[in-house]
Design a protein around this ligand. Structure first.
Ligand SMILES: [Fe+2]
Length: 295
Protein backbone atom coordinates (compact mmCIF):
# COMPACT_ATOMS: atom_id res chain seq x y z
CA UNK A 1 0.00 0.00 0.00
CA UNK A 2 3.05 2.22 0.08
CA UNK A 3 3.17 5.37 -2.01
CA UNK A 4 6.17 5.45 -4.32
CA UNK A 5 6.61 9.05 -5.39
CA UNK A 6 5.11 12.32 -6.56
CA UNK A 7 4.24 11.49 -10.14
CA UNK A 8 2.46 14.41 -11.78
CA UNK A 9 0.66 17.68 -11.16
CA UNK A 10 -2.41 18.96 -13.00
CA UNK A 11 -2.87 22.71 -12.91
CA UNK A 12 -5.81 24.82 -14.06
CA UNK A 13 -4.67 27.98 -15.76
CA UNK A 14 -6.20 31.10 -17.23
CA UNK A 15 -3.14 31.35 -19.48
CA UNK A 16 -1.71 27.94 -20.39
CA UNK A 17 0.62 29.67 -22.84
CA UNK A 18 2.45 31.21 -19.88
CA UNK A 19 3.30 27.69 -18.66
CA UNK A 20 4.55 26.74 -22.12
CA UNK A 21 6.85 29.78 -22.25
CA UNK A 22 8.03 29.27 -18.68
CA UNK A 23 8.58 25.57 -19.16
CA UNK A 24 10.33 25.67 -22.52
CA UNK A 25 12.26 28.95 -22.37
CA UNK A 26 13.09 29.27 -18.67
CA UNK A 27 13.10 25.85 -16.99
CA UNK A 28 14.02 23.73 -20.00
CA UNK A 29 11.15 21.26 -19.94
CA UNK A 30 10.00 19.56 -23.14
CA UNK A 31 6.50 19.94 -24.54
CA UNK A 32 4.55 16.84 -25.48
CA UNK A 33 1.09 16.44 -26.96
CA UNK A 34 -1.62 15.09 -24.69
CA UNK A 35 -5.13 15.02 -26.16
CA UNK A 36 -7.44 17.33 -24.20
CA UNK A 37 -4.68 19.27 -22.50
CA UNK A 38 -3.49 22.70 -23.56
CA UNK A 39 0.08 22.15 -22.36
CA UNK A 40 1.92 19.05 -21.14
CA UNK A 41 5.50 19.33 -19.94
CA UNK A 42 7.98 16.48 -19.69
CA UNK A 43 11.21 16.49 -17.68
CA UNK A 44 12.30 12.83 -17.81
CA UNK A 45 11.30 9.42 -19.13
CA UNK A 46 7.73 9.79 -17.85
CA UNK A 47 5.12 10.84 -20.42
CA UNK A 48 4.74 14.20 -18.65
CA UNK A 49 5.03 15.63 -15.16
CA UNK A 50 2.88 18.78 -15.59
CA UNK A 51 -0.50 18.94 -17.30
CA UNK A 52 -1.95 22.43 -17.78
CA UNK A 53 -5.67 22.78 -18.45
CA UNK A 54 -7.40 25.95 -19.65
CA UNK A 55 -9.71 27.33 -16.97
CA UNK A 56 -11.23 30.50 -15.56
CA UNK A 57 -8.89 30.25 -12.56
CA UNK A 58 -5.31 29.42 -11.66
CA UNK A 59 -5.37 26.51 -9.28
CA UNK A 60 -3.84 23.15 -8.48
CA UNK A 61 -6.26 20.53 -9.79
CA UNK A 62 -4.54 17.27 -8.90
CA UNK A 63 -1.50 15.92 -7.09
CA UNK A 64 -0.73 12.55 -8.68
CA UNK A 65 0.86 9.99 -6.33
CA UNK A 66 2.33 6.85 -7.87
CA UNK A 67 1.65 3.41 -6.40
CA UNK A 68 4.05 0.56 -7.17
CA UNK A 69 1.45 -1.87 -8.47
CA UNK A 70 -2.22 -2.73 -8.74
CA UNK A 71 -2.32 -4.60 -5.42
CA UNK A 72 -1.00 -1.58 -3.50
CA UNK A 73 -3.38 0.68 -5.42
CA UNK A 74 -6.44 -1.40 -4.60
CA UNK A 75 -5.38 -1.84 -0.98
CA UNK A 76 -5.08 1.93 -0.56
CA UNK A 77 -8.45 2.54 -2.20
CA UNK A 78 -10.12 0.07 0.17
CA UNK A 79 -8.26 1.54 3.14
CA UNK A 80 -9.34 5.11 2.37
CA UNK A 81 -12.94 4.09 1.69
CA UNK A 82 -13.00 2.26 5.02
CA UNK A 83 -11.81 5.49 6.67
CA UNK A 84 -14.85 7.22 5.22
CA UNK A 85 -13.16 9.22 2.48
CA UNK A 86 -15.09 10.08 -0.65
CA UNK A 87 -13.41 8.19 -3.49
CA UNK A 88 -13.95 9.10 -7.13
CA UNK A 89 -12.72 6.48 -9.58
CA UNK A 90 -11.16 7.91 -12.71
CA UNK A 91 -12.79 7.05 -16.01
CA UNK A 92 -10.91 5.21 -18.73
CA UNK A 93 -10.75 8.43 -20.74
CA UNK A 94 -9.30 10.35 -17.78
CA UNK A 95 -6.76 7.58 -17.20
CA UNK A 96 -5.64 7.75 -20.83
CA UNK A 97 -5.16 11.50 -20.49
CA UNK A 98 -2.90 10.92 -17.47
CA UNK A 99 -1.09 8.06 -19.22
CA UNK A 100 -1.87 5.75 -16.30
CA UNK A 101 -3.54 2.34 -16.11
CA UNK A 102 -6.01 3.35 -13.42
CA UNK A 103 -6.46 6.09 -10.81
CA UNK A 104 -8.82 7.39 -8.16
CA UNK A 105 -9.22 10.85 -6.66
CA UNK A 106 -9.94 12.15 -3.19
CA UNK A 107 -9.01 15.10 -0.97
CA UNK A 108 -6.99 15.59 2.16
CA UNK A 109 -8.61 17.30 5.21
CA UNK A 110 -7.54 20.69 3.85
CA UNK A 111 -9.18 20.08 0.48
CA UNK A 112 -5.93 19.54 -1.41
CA UNK A 113 -6.82 17.45 -4.50
CA UNK A 114 -5.19 14.01 -4.51
CA UNK A 115 -4.99 11.32 -7.14
CA UNK A 116 -3.43 7.87 -6.74
CA UNK A 117 -2.47 5.77 -9.73
CA UNK A 118 -0.45 2.83 -10.95
CA UNK A 119 0.98 1.92 -14.31
CA UNK A 120 2.39 4.97 -16.06
CA UNK A 121 2.22 4.19 -19.77
CA UNK A 122 2.83 5.74 -23.16
CA UNK A 123 6.25 7.11 -22.36
CA UNK A 124 6.92 7.82 -26.01
CA UNK A 125 9.90 9.89 -27.01
CA UNK A 126 12.95 10.36 -24.78
CA UNK A 127 13.42 13.60 -22.88
CA UNK A 128 15.40 16.23 -24.76
CA UNK A 129 15.43 19.70 -23.27
CA UNK A 130 14.81 22.35 -25.95
CA UNK A 131 17.41 24.61 -24.33
CA UNK A 132 20.01 22.03 -23.37
CA UNK A 133 19.28 21.31 -19.71
CA UNK A 134 21.19 18.11 -19.04
CA UNK A 135 18.39 16.57 -17.01
CA UNK A 136 16.37 16.64 -13.81
CA UNK A 137 16.80 14.51 -10.70
CA UNK A 138 13.65 12.39 -10.85
CA UNK A 139 13.31 8.67 -11.62
CA UNK A 140 12.08 6.66 -8.65
CA UNK A 141 12.14 9.86 -6.58
CA UNK A 142 9.35 11.47 -8.57
CA UNK A 143 9.14 14.91 -10.12
CA UNK A 144 10.44 16.88 -7.14
CA UNK A 145 8.58 18.20 -4.12
CA UNK A 146 5.44 20.15 -3.46
CA UNK A 147 4.35 22.40 -0.59
CA UNK A 148 0.62 22.89 -0.05
CA UNK A 149 -1.46 24.86 2.47
CA UNK A 150 -2.99 23.10 5.45
CA UNK A 151 -6.00 25.40 5.53
CA UNK A 152 -8.11 22.75 7.26
CA UNK A 153 -5.73 22.56 10.22
CA UNK A 154 -2.07 21.61 10.22
CA UNK A 155 -2.28 18.86 12.83
CA UNK A 156 -5.35 17.21 11.34
CA UNK A 157 -3.98 17.34 7.80
CA UNK A 158 -0.53 16.12 8.87
CA UNK A 159 -2.10 13.23 10.76
CA UNK A 160 -4.01 12.21 7.63
CA UNK A 161 -0.77 11.86 5.69
CA UNK A 162 1.22 10.08 8.39
CA UNK A 163 -1.44 7.90 10.04
CA UNK A 164 -3.68 7.09 7.07
CA UNK A 165 -1.47 7.38 3.98
CA UNK A 166 1.74 6.20 5.66
CA UNK A 167 3.96 9.19 4.86
CA UNK A 168 7.07 9.49 7.05
CA UNK A 169 8.10 12.64 8.90
CA UNK A 170 11.30 14.29 7.71
CA UNK A 171 11.45 17.65 9.49
CA UNK A 172 9.22 19.82 11.66
CA UNK A 173 10.06 23.48 11.05
CA UNK A 174 8.82 26.41 13.12
CA UNK A 175 9.86 29.89 12.04
CA UNK A 176 9.28 32.55 14.71
CA UNK A 177 9.54 36.30 14.37
CA UNK A 178 10.28 37.74 17.81
CA UNK A 179 9.66 40.41 18.88
CA UNK A 180 7.23 41.21 16.06
CA UNK A 181 3.63 40.22 16.53
CA UNK A 182 3.63 37.87 13.54
CA UNK A 183 2.26 34.31 13.80
CA UNK A 184 4.82 31.53 13.61
CA UNK A 185 5.12 29.79 10.24
CA UNK A 186 4.89 26.02 10.69
CA UNK A 187 6.02 23.54 8.03
CA UNK A 188 5.82 19.73 8.23
CA UNK A 189 8.09 17.98 5.71
CA UNK A 190 7.28 14.38 4.78
CA UNK A 191 8.74 11.62 2.61
CA UNK A 192 7.32 8.61 0.80
CA UNK A 193 8.98 5.38 -0.38
CA UNK A 194 12.03 6.89 -2.02
CA UNK A 195 15.20 8.62 -0.77
CA UNK A 196 14.16 12.23 -1.51
CA UNK A 197 14.22 14.19 1.77
CA UNK A 198 10.65 15.36 1.28
CA UNK A 199 8.13 14.89 -1.48
CA UNK A 200 5.43 16.91 0.29
CA UNK A 201 5.30 19.64 2.91
CA UNK A 202 2.30 21.14 4.65
CA UNK A 203 2.35 24.69 5.94
CA UNK A 204 0.25 27.23 7.80
CA UNK A 205 0.98 29.70 5.00
CA UNK A 206 -2.03 30.32 2.74
CA UNK A 207 -1.93 30.00 -1.04
CA UNK A 208 -4.55 31.33 -3.49
CA UNK A 209 -3.57 28.71 -6.09
CA UNK A 210 -3.13 25.75 -3.75
CA UNK A 211 0.60 25.61 -4.49
CA UNK A 212 2.86 27.25 -1.90
CA UNK A 213 5.72 26.15 -4.11
CA UNK A 214 6.84 23.28 -6.32
CA UNK A 215 10.50 22.23 -6.56
CA UNK A 216 12.37 20.82 -9.55
CA UNK A 217 15.87 19.49 -8.95
CA UNK A 218 18.57 19.94 -11.56
CA UNK A 219 21.70 17.82 -11.88
CA UNK A 220 24.25 20.41 -10.77
CA UNK A 221 24.86 24.01 -9.76
CA UNK A 222 25.78 25.13 -13.27
CA UNK A 223 22.33 24.07 -14.51
CA UNK A 224 20.73 26.03 -11.65
CA UNK A 225 22.88 29.06 -12.49
CA UNK A 226 22.01 28.91 -16.19
CA UNK A 227 18.33 28.72 -15.23
CA UNK A 228 18.73 31.79 -13.02
CA UNK A 229 20.23 33.59 -16.01
CA UNK A 230 17.19 32.63 -18.11
CA UNK A 231 14.84 33.86 -15.38
CA UNK A 232 16.50 37.26 -15.57
CA UNK A 233 16.72 37.27 -19.38
CA UNK A 234 12.98 36.58 -19.59
CA UNK A 235 12.14 39.42 -17.21
CA UNK A 236 10.75 37.16 -14.50
CA UNK A 237 10.91 38.05 -10.82
CA UNK A 238 12.35 36.06 -7.93
CA UNK A 239 10.45 35.20 -4.77
CA UNK A 240 13.71 34.34 -3.04
CA UNK A 241 17.38 34.67 -3.90
CA UNK A 242 19.88 31.82 -4.04
CA UNK A 243 20.29 29.99 -0.77
CA UNK A 244 20.78 26.61 0.83
CA UNK A 245 18.11 24.99 3.00
CA UNK A 246 19.00 23.42 6.35
CA UNK A 247 16.81 20.37 6.24
CA UNK A 248 17.21 18.97 2.73
CA UNK A 249 20.47 20.79 1.88
CA UNK A 250 18.88 22.06 -1.36
CA UNK A 251 20.80 24.88 -3.02
CA UNK A 252 18.11 26.80 -4.87
CA UNK A 253 16.30 29.95 -5.83
CA UNK A 254 12.57 30.63 -6.11
CA UNK A 255 11.10 32.21 -9.23
CA UNK A 256 7.57 33.60 -9.45
CA UNK A 257 6.22 31.33 -12.16
CA UNK A 258 2.94 31.51 -14.08
CA UNK A 259 0.07 32.95 -12.00
CA UNK A 260 2.75 33.90 -9.44
CA UNK A 261 3.11 30.27 -8.42
CA UNK A 262 6.56 30.01 -6.80
CA UNK A 263 8.83 27.46 -8.44
CA UNK A 264 12.00 26.39 -6.63
CA UNK A 265 14.89 25.41 -8.89
CA UNK A 266 17.62 23.60 -7.01
CA UNK A 267 20.33 20.98 -6.80
CA UNK A 268 22.17 18.98 -4.13
CA UNK A 269 19.00 17.74 -2.37
CA UNK A 270 19.58 15.15 0.33
CA UNK A 271 18.78 11.50 -0.37
CA UNK A 272 18.29 9.44 2.77
CA UNK A 273 18.09 5.90 4.08
CA UNK A 274 14.88 5.97 6.10
CA UNK A 275 15.70 2.80 8.04
CA UNK A 276 18.24 4.74 10.12
CA UNK A 277 16.64 8.19 10.03
CA UNK A 278 15.32 10.19 12.96
CA UNK A 279 12.99 13.07 12.02
CA UNK A 280 14.51 16.47 12.74
CA UNK A 281 13.13 19.63 14.35
CA UNK A 282 14.25 22.96 12.90
CA UNK A 283 13.85 26.60 13.86
CA UNK A 284 15.51 28.16 10.82
CA UNK A 285 14.94 27.27 7.16
CA UNK A 286 18.28 28.22 5.67
CA UNK A 287 22.03 27.83 6.14
CA UNK A 288 22.47 30.95 4.01
CA UNK A 289 20.56 33.05 1.48
CA UNK A 290 16.94 32.68 0.31
CA UNK A 291 16.33 36.35 1.03
CA UNK A 292 12.76 37.17 0.08
CA UNK A 293 12.52 39.62 -2.76
CA UNK A 294 9.80 42.10 -1.92
CA UNK A 295 7.86 44.39 -4.24
FE1 LIG B 1 11.17 23.50 -1.32
Amino acid sequence: MKISNLGYLIVSSQAPESWRTFGLDVVGTMEVTVPGAEVALKIDEHPFRFLIEKSHEDRLTAIGWEMANRADFEALREHLAAKGLMIRNGTAEQAVKRCVTEFFATEDPSGNPLEFYYGRTGCGEPFVSPIGVSGFVTGDMGLGHLVVPASGGLDETHSFYTSILGFGDSDNLTISFPPEDIPDILVRFMHVENPRHHSLALTTLPSPTGIVHVMLEMEDLDNVGHCLDRVMANGMSLMASLGRHCNDNMLSFYVNGPANIPVEIGCDGLQLDWSSFEPTVSTVPDIWGHAYVLG
